[in-house]
Ligand binder design. Sequence first.
Ligand SMILES: Cc1cc2nc3c(=O)[nH]c(=O)nc-3n(C[C@H](O)[C@H](O)[C@H](O)COP(=O)(O)O)c2cc1C
Length: 153
Amino acid sequence: MKILVIFYSRTGTTKTVGENIANILKCDSEEIFDTKDRMGVMGYMQAGKDAMLKKLTKLKKIQKTSGLYDLVIIGGPVWGFTVSTPIRTYITENKFKNVAFFCTQGGSGAEKAFSEMERLTGKKPKALLVLRTKEVLDGSYSNKVKNFVKEIK
Ligand SMILES: Cc1cc2nc3c(=O)[nH]c(=O)nc-3n(C[C@H](O)[C@H](O)[C@H](O)COP(=O)(O)O)c2cc1C
């Protein structure tokens, strides 16, 4: 099965998880980037606002073609209790055969983010993984990733 891991990460947390998943699966991966500057206090505020208003953004050019993969694993941070704007945009602009989702969050909002991702892809995810920022930073997340990968295989 040809698998692609796609992730957006503003501050590196989701990137750690995305790279870990791709390493275990020995599959292709790609980080997506927003053209909009999301850093600093203003960037943070705008990001929260954009997410809650379900806005789209302009992403930097993506190399991998999602439709060529049997499964695309899509991950991003929770923003404003829902899916982040770059991931909303990526899903809206690409096609998928099968999907699985993961996200990182400070505390809550993953369920809403996942249901929005399911609605936008029109696909029932093969597996879901939610991690708290804290457990990614302290390294205690790895068993959850292993279980997620097992579900996919
Ligand atoms: C604009 C913005 C909004 C956020 N909203 C939420 C939220 O609604 N719920 C939550 O648990 N965490 C929220 N967070 C925290 C992030 O989801 C969390 O820190 C995540 O691990 C960051 O991932 P990253 O380092 O890959 O960007 C928010 C962060 C940002 C920047």
